[in-house]
Structure formats: structure tokens, C-alpha cells
Design a protein around this ligand. Structure first.
Ligand SMILES: Nc1ncnc2c1ncn2[C@@H]1O[C@H](COP(=O)(O)OP(=O)(O)O)[C@@H](O)[C@H]1O
Ligand SMILES: [Mg+2]
Length: 246
């Protein structure tokens, strides 16, 4: 099985989708056959990588489609049904393992798989955490970031103790970083002192190109590869892949 990376953080607007789209595109450029599973009913990753609302979600049998002309990049879109799926899963016995079961037969076709998650700890992200071999947490360096992270990791431990989950934290990625903000610098220091091994050396800066690219339906490598955000995601891709190989 390839690495299956759940990109999760119960907070919204911390750079999960931006990280999924651009790390996945980076992996594709590096020659790895890469799949993005959009597991967020907001469908933001889908709207960059494919037509929004196109197809059905993976829960309803959605299959990988090429993500436009991008090299080695494939996507299973969120689908208009994803919001409803959450309720369907809630009524099913074992509705926590559906994503894992749906991914299993197709996983071997890929070298790496990313799962984008909604900003909560409901059944959709639970499905992602139970399907994944790895967890990547994008973290914005602000007050309460560490509390949120501890809460998420405690939750993952609970899933692990229930012997259902078998995932390992492969990275904390600091996002939207502003080096002129003293609090951001302090939070970075704290995160690195608690999770030195797990925090990716590269920090993703706040960058207008990263913010603008999705509105053009583009990854940062389509839109402005040499922007500071583009170079940062390239470096982060390399570090992530290096960490997975260890
Ligand atoms: N490094 C960055 N610099 C500037 N804007 C960013 C950056 N990362 C994300 N954004 C923007 O911030 C918003 C939230 O990011 P997003 O990736 O959608 O977060 P999430 O998926 O965690 O909700 C989006 O509008 C996105 O374009
Ligand atoms: Mg998102």
C-alpha cells in the first residue's frame, strides 16, 4: 500500500486544502502518481483540481479522474452527495471504515494519496483518519494552535487504542507564517520544542500568490511556481517525501 496521508486539523482556514493541493501537485511533478481524495463537502480541492460538483464522492463509488493536464495528478472529487453521505454513514454500522474500504482496491495504482478533511472531527475526518497510514497537520501559528493540536493528537491516540487506526504523525506544517508577528515566532518555537522531529523544517509564509491561485483554478505550480509560496511548497514536498521514506 502507498502512504495514505490524511491532512487534518479541526480548525478551519489553517491551510489544509492549500497544502493538499500544492503538496499533491508537488508530488506529481516529482514523478509520483498522486491521488487527492476530496473528503470535505466544501469541495475546495475539487474546484481547483476538477470541476466543482463533478461526479460523486468516493463514498458513493466516485473514481479517480485526471486532475486536468497536470502530470501524475488524479482526483476523486467531493461530489454534491458528500454532505448527505455524512448522515448516511451515521446510520450505518461500521460507517467509520467506509473510506478505508473504498480506497483499498484502488490504492495500489498510486504512489501516494492525500485526503483533504473538513474542519471538524465528525465522521468524514474520522473515516480519513481510519483509512490513513499518515497524518499531516497544517498549523497556523496563532494563540490556541497548540491546544488544538494536542486535542487532535489525543483524539488520534484514542482511535489508535481502539485498534482501529494505524496512523503515524508524519508532519506538522506551519502555514501562513508571518515572521514579523512576535506571537507567530513564539508559537513556532513552542511547536518545534514539543514536536522537533515531526515539524517540517520549511515554513509556509503568508503569500498573495498562494491566496490568489485557487480563484484561477490553479495550483501554485500552475499559477506562480517561483513565488515564495511556490518555492516553500516545493521544499515542503521534498521534506515530506523524505520523511515518508525513513
Ligand atoms: N500561505 C498562505 N498565504 C496566503 N493565503 C493562504 C495561505 N494558505 C492558505 N491561504 C488562503 O487562506 C484561506 C484558507 O486556506 P485553506 O487552505 O482553504 O484552509 P482550510 O482548508 O484549512 O480551511 C484560503 O482562502 C487560502 O487561499
Ligand atoms: Mg479546506
Amino acid at each position: 500500500m502507498p502512504p495514505i496521508i490524511a491532512v487534518s486539523n479541526q480548525k478551519g482556514g489553517v491551510g489544509k486544502t492549500t497544502s493538499v493541493v500544492n503538496l499533491a501537485a508537488g508530488c506529481g511533478l516529482a514523478g509520483l502518481k498522486t491521488l487527492v481524495v476530496d473528503n470535505d463537502p466544501q469541495g475546495n480541492a475539487s474546484s481547483v483540481l476538477a470541476e466543482r460538483g463533478q461526479g460523486t464522492s468516493i463514498y458513493a463509488g466516485g473514481q479517480p479522474k485526471p486532475a486536468g493536464q497536470r502530470p501524475n495528478l488524479w482526483v476523486i472529487t467531493a461530489g454534491a452527495d458528500l454532505l448527505e453521505q455524512e448522515q448516511i454513514l451515521g446510520r450505518q454500522n461500521g460507517g467509520r471504515l467506509t473510506l478505508k474500504q473504498r480506497l483499498a482496491p484502488m490504492a495500489d495504482q498510486f504512489d501516494v494519496i492525500f485526503i483533504d478533511c473538513p474542519p471538524n472531527l465528525s465522521l468524514l475526518p474520522i473515516n480519513a483518519l481510519l483509512a490513513a497510514s499518515h497524518l499531516l497537520v497544517p498549523l497556523q501559528c496563532e494563540y490556541y494552535a497548540l491546544e488544538g493540536l494536542s486535542q487532535l493528537l489525543a483524539y488520534v491516540d484514542e482511535l489508535r487504542e481502539g485498534a482501529q487506526a494505524n496512523l503515524e504523525l508524519c508532519g506538522i506544517l506551519l502555514t501562513m507564517f508571518d515572521p514579523n508577528h512576535p506571537l507567530a515566532v513564539q508559537v513556532e518555537r513552542e511547536v518545534r520544542s514539543h514536536f522537533s522531529e515531526r515539524t517540517l523544517p520549511t515554513v509556509i509564509p503568508r503569500d498573495v500568490s498562494l491566496a490568489a491561485a485557487p480563484s484561477h483554478g490553479k495550483t501554485i505550480f500552475d499559477y506562480d511556481p517561483l513565488s515564495i509560496g511556490g518555492l516553500a511548497y516545493l521544499a515542503a514536498t521534498k521534506e515530506l517525501l523524505h520523511g515518508l521514506k525513513r
